[in-house]
Design a protein around this ligand. Structure first.
Ligand code: ZN
Length: 235
């Protein structure tokens, strides 16, 4: 397998859910019986995650070492800072439903938001590849500084229909969905989401985000509105 970002041989695994998210929310593993983290996927199958190094939260090898470390380090760091801010300010964010990036980092906000967006581009490309889809070239070009923007928009929403009966903390990887062109069957767009406890990150590729799911983020500074995510009934 080749690294989908740069084309070199892929020899490392990217986390589906970042190890730091797992540690921040649930502490360090191994997790005790009865207190194991659950991952739910599209088939509603639950996988118990016994430590933050579990293969259930990693992709198959899909990135080269350079892209998965040096190149993506600033992106990962921005994401960590963002999630720390989000989880630390849970009650305020649930009330105001707004994030101002200058409250997350106090200097060089524009570099921060570009890095944060790059993290989401990387995460989304890895998810496409996991689902047997070819990540569109514009994603890797953006990450390699060969392009200024992509058709990927991110929105953030409170996970209103979070299963409440779960005794253990939960991360949920929602199904990748999309439309294909009638004749050629080529993919036209994609939609994907990840919930980390009450906070849901929604990915829109070539699609206009639904207004109630938050205002779109494309790496630019400013404020974003946090939307409201309710899972649809299974169709
Ligand atoms: Zn690479």
């Amino acid at each position: 397998m080749k690294c989908w970002i740069c084309g070199n041989p892929a020899d490392t695994r990217e986390h589906i859910i970042k190890q730091s998210d797992i540690r921040r929310l649930f502490g360090r593993g191994p997790y005790q019986k009865g207190n194991r983290l659950k991952r739910m996927d599209q088939n509603q199958t639950r996988k118990l995650i016994q430590s933050e190094d579990s293969v259930h939260i990693k992709y198959p090898k899909n990135l080269c070492k350079h892209c998965n470390s040096a190149r993506s380090q600033p992106w990962d760091k921005a994401y960590d800072e963002f999630m720390e801010y989000i989880l630390r300010n849970e009650s305020e964010l649930k009330r105001t439903r707004k994030v101002g990036f200058k409250d997350v980092v106090h200097s060089d906000t524009s570099r921060f938001t570009t890095s944060l967006y790059s993290y989401f581009v990387k995460a989304f490309g890895c998810q496409l590849q996991e689902n047997g889809q070819t990540p569109p070239l514009e994603l890797s070009e953006f990450l390699l500084d060969k392009g200024d923007n992509t058709n990927l928009l991110i929105t953030f929403a409170i996970y209103e229909s979070m299963p409440k009966n779960s005794a253990s903390p939960m991360v949920q990887i929602h199904p990748l969905e999309g439309d294909v062109e009638n004749v050629t069957k080529k993919p036209l767009n994609y939609n994907w989401a990840v919930s980390i406890e009450w906070f849901t990150i929604i990915f829109w590729f070539n699609k206009v985000p639904a207004v109630e799911l938050g205002s779109p983020f494309s790496g630019k500074t400013g404020n974003i509105d946090i939307g409201s995510y309710k899972e649809r009934e299974n169709s």
